[in-house]
Every structure is written in structure tokens, then in C-alpha cells.
Ligand binder design. Structure first.
Ligand code: ADE
Length: 237
């Protein structure tokens, strides 16, 4: 997968993609991640990336011209129906569809080239949505100052789902949410720590019993902390 992130704060991303699974996936050429400064695509003297909203109101709106120019340079066109199959242009915005595991899985499975536009300030000129964007995505019902932290979240959630991104020792299939439940509790050595004991069932080597215990604990955690997941209130879980 190739990922291009468009932002007015490229320095924000510093080394954020240089650790752990993302770093390993980059080194293994499972994913290529490039961060682009939207300002580099301006053509005016002042290199303006934002402007006041028509109709008045607070804040600034990201201008369409540099974003169109960036997408044209990265995708080859700003005409959404002409995108190659496997090209997705995601706008991160609190107005987007909520990022849940199935959306991450769908994007990881179907996308070859992902362009991520980090929204800012009061918003992004609506013509960006109308012409360029294939998916508007929100990482949750709260407002960030911009899409940059959300881009990190989206990239992380996607990259770990790419084939071979996780070592053979781990699997995304056992993650929280991939079966619609929260994860079960984990323990490692020592078997007793400051008087707190690891449950006996995990020490006895009976895999059927361990599986049963894990399933029960996952259900219990989900019931206690995220009842909505069990009641199907969460729509697309
Ligand atoms: N930009 C601002 N808030 C956001 C959110 N919750 N998700 C994605 N992008 C955002």
C-alpha cells in the first residue's frame, strides 16, 4: 500500500511512523508512507493555504486550489470517477463516518493507494469533498484541532491489518473488536506478583479450558465497559 498524507503541518509527523509495526512494515516494503506539505502546492505569492469563510463566521477554511493540485500530482486526476481502482482519498473530519474496525479492515483490504487529507481550522472548502474525497472519516465524537492526530490513528489501524505486517507470532484476528468483543485479560511472568496471582486456568496447559475462560472474560469485559457492542447499538460492529 502507498499512503500519501496531505497536511499543512508536515513536521507534526516527525518520527511518528518510525516505530514498531509501522516501521517494520515500511522496511519490509509492505507500505510506503509519504507526508506532503499542502503549502508546497500553492502558486500564489503568499503561499496561502487557508482563507476566510464566505458568508462570514469564525475561523479559516482550507483553500481548494493547493489540495486539488496535490491530489492531481499524486493521483493523476482530480476527477473522482477517473481514479484507479484501489485509490481512495480520505478526508479526516469530525463529520465523517466513525472509524471502526470493519472500516479499517475494508480500507486495508481494498486500497492500494491511500491519500489522506488532514482537515484544519473551521473546515475544508466543500468542493474538496464534492470532487476529490471518496471517504470522510472521523476517529471519534470529539473535536481535534486538525486531522493530523487522526491521520496517525488511521495509518496505524490500517497498516497492522496489511498482509504480513504483524509477525507470524501475532495476529490481527485476535485483536479487540475483530470479533465484536473487547480483548480478554493477558498475563505474563511472574505467576505471582506482589500478592496478585495469575488465574490457575492459564497455568494448567488445558487449551480448551483456556479458550473458554478467555471467551468468558472477553464477554464480561464487554458487558461491563461496552454494552453497546453486545446490543448491536454500534451498527457496523
Ligand atoms: N478533525 C478534527 N476532529 C476530528 C475527528 N474527531 N476525527 C477526524 N478528524 C478530525
Amino acid at each position: 500500500m502507498r499512503i500519501d498524507v496531505l497536511t499543512i503541518f508536515p513536521e507534526f509527523f516527525g518520527q511518528v511512523f518510525d516505530f514498531g509495526i509501522i516501521r517494520r512494515a515500511k522496511l519490509a516494503e509492505i507500505v510506503e508512507i509519504n507526508v506532503h506539505d499542502i503549502r508546497e502546492f500553492t502558486t500564489d505569492k503568499h503561499r496561502m493555504v487557508d482563507d476566510r469563510p464566505f458568508g462570514g463566521g469564525d475561523g479559516m477554511v482550507l483553500k481548494p486550489e493547493p489540495i486539488f493540485a496535490a491530489v492531481e500530482s499524486l493521483v493523476g486526476t482530480s476527477d473522482r470517477p477517473s481514479y484507479d481502482e484501489g485509490t481512495r482519498v480520505v478526508l479526516l473530519t469530525p463529520q465523517g463516518q466513525p472509524l471502526k474496525q470493519p472500516l479499517a479492515k475494508g480500507l486495508a483490504d481494498e486500497t492500494k493507494h491511500l491519500v489522506i487529507i488532514c482537515g484544519r481550522y473551521e473546515g475544508v472548502d466543500e468542493r474538496v469533498n464534492a470532487s476529490l474525497v471518496t471517504d470522510e472519516v472521523s476517529i471519534g465524537d470529539y473535536v481535534l484541532s486538525g486531522g493530523e492526530p487522526a491521520a496517525v490513528v488511521l495509518v496505524d489501524a490500517l497498516v497492522r491489518l496489511l498482509p504480513n505486517a504483524l509477525g507470524s507470532e501475532t495476529s490481527a484476528e485476535n485483536d479487540s473488536f475483530s470479533n465484536g468483543l473487547l480483548d480478554y485479560p493477558h498475563f505474563t511472568r511472574p505467576a505471582e506478583f506482589r500478592g496478585m496471582k495469575v488465574p490457575d486456568v492459564l497455568l494448567n496447559g488445558n487449551h480448551a479450558e483456556i479458550e473458554k475462560w478467555r471467551r468468558e472474560k472477553a464477554l464480561e469485559k464487554t458487558r461491563n465497559f461496552r454494552k453497546d457492542l453486545l446490543e448491536g447499538e454500534n451498527g457496523d460492529m
